[in-house]
Design a protein around this ligand. Structure first.
Ligand code: NAD
Ligand code: UFG
Length: 335
């Protein structure tokens, strides 16, 4: 039987495909390439030395999804497909609710029809909203502060209701903190189109000489150096977390939310210095006003991930920066 990876050509999906293949799992990838390219799948096959079916299907297209379940023997789904840009979600809420929520509903309905009731879902630490209680535990109160966050919260609620209605479901709701870095081969990484919104993709573009300087959004927060603190996690650690979640749901029913973070918080200035050390470059920056909607401090309580999944992140910020720069340095034309 195979694991269906929706959004398999995306940043986290492609690393998870590689991780599953290397651990001996059979996979099937599905993507509509709205934010990725089929060449990523070619690179996953090259790195892993294994072949697997790829479906160029939009998850909103129910017949297309049914065709996949008809042709393939799907044991479980790891569901990454969706839109993920916070600012864009504020400008285009209907597109976000449609793609993320309606798309997920279509997928869950088809899974149910084919008796496939194992699911690992990409949630986000954004569901903790503006909670001030860092480190965030899974029982921290949840709220949505933008349409993107609302889609994650809604899908979590839908999945909890689904489990209540049919307790044979095995669902893992993985709340990622800030994934960065790239595959150590230098072949897989994040490829945002246009000017990046997130810190590390932006720093990478400055390092490549494609953007002039980093704008640091505020140095007047109540943090040790005044800049925001985040829990950056290597994308390969995150991929390993998905394998651990898959193994967990094979043995357990439920709809459990689990944080995937390192439990360590780093400020923007610390992140910048770590990247400079890894690359040997000086990154010009300028402090500017706060970005609307940013929380001062976000990092994970990782107790539940360790206890439930037997997983914890092992890679530090230096390794994240090294792999981020290796990818950006080798793939300048792609970014
Ligand atoms: P990504 O954009 O690189 O990957 C998502 C993939 O899904 C893309 O390849 C895209 O083409 C595909 N896709 C989108 N809509 C689709 C549809 N309707 N049908 C089929 N394919 C579709 O994003 P990512 O960083 O790999 O994120 C993966 C998941 O993790 C997303 O659900 C995202 O919300 C969540 N997440 C990401 C972060 C982060 O910082 N990267 C943080 C928390 C949660
Ligand atoms: N930052 C800058 N300059 C930039 C970009 C970011 O100073 O050009 C700062 C931000 O103010 C923030 C930190 O760098 O303090 C990290 O910002 P990111 O945009 O990289 O990440 P966020 O924590 O804002 O958001 C990310 C994802 C969201 C997700 C959230 C929680 O983008 O989708 O983590 O998981 F919801």
């Amino acid at each position: 039987m195979s694991i269906l990876i929706t959004g398999g050509a995306g940043y986290i999906g492609s690393h998870t495909c590689a991780e599953l293949l290397n651990s001996g799992e059979d996979i099937v990838a599905l993507d509509n390439f709205s934010n990725s390219s089929p060449d990523v799948i070619r690179r996953v096959k090259e790195i892993s030395g294994r072949d697997f079916p790829l479906y160029a299907v939009d998850m909103l297209h129910e017949q297309g999804l049914r065709r996949v379940f008809e042709r393939e023997d799907i044991e479980a789904v790891i569901h990454f497909a969706g839109y993920k840009a916070v600012g864009e979600s504020v400008r285009m809420p209907l597109e976000y609710y449609n793609n993320n929520v309606a798309g997920s509903l279509t997928l869950f309905g088809v899974m149910r029809d084919y008796g496939c009731k194992k699911l690992v879902f990409s949630s986000s630490a954004t569901v903790y909203g503006h909670s001030k209680e860092a480190p965030f535990r899974e029982d921290t109160p949840l709220s949505a502060i933008n349409p993107y966050g609302a889609t994650k919260l809604m899908i979590e609620d839908i999945l909890r209701d689904l489990y209540t209605s049919a307790p044979e479901w095995r669902i893992s709701l993985l709340r990622y903190f800030n994934p960065i870095g790239a595959h150590p081969s230098g072949e897989l990484g994040e490829e945002p189109s246009g000017i990046p919104n997130n810190l590390f993709p932006y720093i990478s573009r400055v390092a490549q000489g494609k953007l002039e300087r980093l704008y640091v959004f505020g140095d007047d927060y109540e943090t040790p150096d005044g800049t925001c603190v985040r829990d950056y996690i290597h994308v390969c650690d995150l991929a390993e977390g998905h394998l651990a979640a898959l193994r967990h749901i094979r043995g357990n029913t439920g709809a459990e939310a689990v944080n995937l973070g390192t439990g360590n918080g780093y400020s923007v200035f610390e992140a910048l210095r770590a990247f400079e050390n890894a690359s040997g470059l000086t990154i010009p920056y300028e402090v500017t006003v706060r970005r609307q909607g940013d929380s001062a401090v976000m990092y994970a309580d990782t107790t539940k991930a360790k206890a439930l999944l037997g997983w914890s992140a092992s890679r530090g910020l230096d390794e994240m920066c090294r792999d981020q720069w290796k990818y950006a340095g080798r793939n300048g034309d792609r970014l």
